[in-house]
Design a protein around this ligand. Structure first.
Ligand code: ADP
Length: 604
């Protein structure tokens, strides 16, 4: 198995991420504003306690009575209750905003994923898309639901607390802020190193899991080839690397957390020391007539002590926010991927399909992709049956994909009625050309909805007629008819199974409903067992009636019965003509035909 480097889906740049975040906030602006207002009120209520405590001290020093202290205590109690209630509602509104916004992100992601052309998804690999739709969206949701509101509340609290310290006494506020510098430096030091260290740890863990599971799943091969020693070495290396990277992240944390813990105390100590000096300077032991009052010093110290709680919350989530902003950049990146053309483009003037000097290369991540179609020219006449033959890897299926508008050529053009097929919107495209392969997907939805994909406005009569045309008479026996959901048990009835043959009939019924003038058949019946294949071919014959057919022929029978045969070899169209003319010409097709014709095995 070769590992083909996938062409990843795009990732949004920071300005695009910021714009997307602003858009999301604007869409729920009222809830966002309410969350801010409630948070601000809760933070303000939280400030009253230490402030009044300072006043209590000043009152007592000035010889105030018990009644005044009681009044202060009552207000402190009321403010604490108000803070509790306001914080509860702030959180509720914040969480609701988070949930609604993450629901919007999910919906947007589904819309964008559905708008991606099949070729883009194929190139990127479904893994990337699935990871964005699951892990990344979950990370963004957690950030919006928990980290975002928590950090937001904490930031508002911290700002209010600092503001209060400055209002109480700018000098003490200055001392406090200077004392906080330690946290600033410790966090900066950590954040500079943490992303790379965590990335390395994540990579080392994935590598270790990969190596261990590959060794376990390939145990027999390891044993058969005596590779035990080598595999043990490889596993030990991977485990050692994971251990080293883990130690690195642990050592970073072992520096950060103690430094931060100590740093929380520094502003308090600084305020107490400065307060002591200022009090000593001016108070002269009297009733608070110095540069600062004792109450102000105590309030400031209490505020700065309070600051540790919001700062802790911010530090706790800061990493989560960093990684979820990376996830959001990946989720938003889908908006930058090319999307399926939207309705309203030019309409083809007729049913003629023309391939002109077409070159195509799969984007496999290599610097110089190899052309698998090289200067193909071909015109398909309306109503014609054209068989495309050639050795495996010649480019037949690739040509089929371009003819069906799944992909667009690197150079040259593939048009229907003068319009590039890949520019047609899905609704227009399915009325022009449909690709029929052996891959048929039946959605866990009613049979009716499974068929309406092809013709959203079809009536039940039209759906039944299409099913009838492809010989799907089993529909009549279903308990709920068109309302039957495959795989589900209908009110106690037996489970309705859709096997390969039935799935293909549903796929063909979709074609009948879409009613395209041209069909591209690629291995449409190749994987079915012979009896089913015969059945399917009869259904197919009914579908082909009256349409242009381009059949990628794996059996030369198809080529003999076709109006013309196109022979491909190594990305080029080497011969084109009727079966008889090509056999008579004695070229590569005649050679193919002779070798096939002479081999009774292949004729069966
Ligand atoms: P055919 O249908 O004649 O067997 P294909 O069109 O499937 O040929 O393939 C033509 C060439 O393109 C082959 O070399 C094949 O390996 C390559 N190819 C086909 N599909 C892909 C893909 N998804 N990514 C990269 N290369 C591909």
């Amino acid at each position: 198995m070769t590992a083909v480097k996938k062409a990843h889906l795009p990732v949004a740049e920071p300005p695009q991420v910021r714009r997307a975040a602003t858009r999301l906030i604007r869409r729920d602006g009222r809830a966002f504003a309410a969350a801010i207002a409630l948070n601000a009120l809760a933070a303000a209520a939280g400030l009253v306690g230490p402030w009044l405590l300072g006043s209590v001290i000043n009152t007592v020093r000035a010889g105030g009575g018990v009644a005044t202290v009681d009044r202060y205590a009552l207000v402190i109690l009321l403010c604490s209750v108000a803070q509790l209630v306001l914080a509860r509602y702030a959180r509720l509104v914040g969480h609701r905003f988070g949930e609604r916004t993450s629901a919007r992100i999910r919906e947007q992601l589904v819309d964008r994923a559905l708008a991606l052309p099949a070729s883009v998804v194929e190139r990127a690999g479904t893994g990337d898309l699935a990871a964005r739709g699951t892990t990344d969206v979950a990370a963004v949701s957690t950030a919006l639901r928990d980290a975002g509101p928590d950090v937001f509340i904490a930031a508002v609290q911290a700002l209010f607390i600092l503001g209060a310290v400055f209002v109480l006494d700018p000098l003490l506020g200055g001392c406090g802020v200077l004392g906080l510098l330690g946290i600033w430096f410790a966090t900066r030091w950590y954040l500079r190193r943490a992303p790379a260290a965590y990335l390395a740890e994540g990579e080392a863990n994935s590598m270790m899991a990969e190596v261990l599971s590959a060794t376990a799943s390939g145990a027999r091969t390891v044993e058969a080839f005596g590779l035990q020693r080598r595999r043990i070495e490889v596993c030990q290396e991977a485990v050692e690397r994971a251990r080293r990277t883990r130690l690195r992240t642990l050592s970073l944390r072992s520096v950060l957390f103690p430094s931060v813990e100590v740093s929380y105390e520094i502003p308090v100590v600084a305020v107490l020391l400065a307060g002591g000096l200022l009090l000593g300077d001016g108070a002269g032991g009297g009733g608070g007539a110095g540069v600062v009052s004792l109450g102000a010093v105590v309030s400031c110290a209490l505020y700065l002590r309070q600051l540790s709680q919001p700062l802790d919350t911010i530090l706790l989530w800061v990493e989560q926010l960093q990684s979820s902003s990376a996830s959001f950049a990946r989720v938003e990146g889908l908006a930058l991927a090319p999307s399926t053309p939207v309705c309203g483009g030019p309409t083809p003037s007729d049913d003629r399909i023309a391939v002109e000097d077409v070159w195509y290369a799969y984007d496999s991540g290599r610097a110089e992709p190899r052309d698998v179609l090289r200067g193909v020219d071909l015109t398909v006449r309306p109503g014609e049956r054209l068989a495309v033959v050639g050795p495996s890897g010649a480019g037949k299926s690739t040509l089929g994909r371009l003819l069906a508008g799944v992909d667009r050529p690197r150079a040259g053009s593939v048009t229907v009625g003068g319009v590039p097929i890949a520019d047609l919107d899905p609704g227009q495209l399915r009325r022009q050309v449909v690709l029929v392969t052996q891959e048929h997907h039946v959605f866990t939805d009613t049979i009716r909805d499974n068929l309406l994909i092809a013709a959203p406005s079809a009536t039940d009569e039209e759906i039944c007629a299409a099913l009838d045309a492809v010989g799907a008479d089993w529909i009549d026996e279903l308990p709920d008819g068109l309302d039957t959901v495959p795989g589900a048990t209908a009110t106690g009835a037996a489970e309705v199974r859709i096997d390969g043959a039935r799935a293909q009939q549903l796929a063909l019924a979709r074609v009948v409903l879409a009613d395209p003038h041209t069909l591209v058949l690629d291995e449409a019946t190749a994987l079915l067992d012979p009896a089913t294949a015969r059945h399917a071919e009869r259904a197919l014959a009914a579908v082909l009636e009256g349409r242009t057919v381009i059949a990628i022929a794996h059996r030369l029978d198809t080529a003999r019965d076709a109006d013309r045969v196109a022979v491909m070899d190594d990305g080029r169209l080497t011969e084109l003509g009727t079966h008889d003319a090509l056999v008579a010409a004695g070229g590569p097709y005649a050679e193919l035909w002779r070798s096939w014709h002479g081999d009774p095995q292949t004729r069966r």
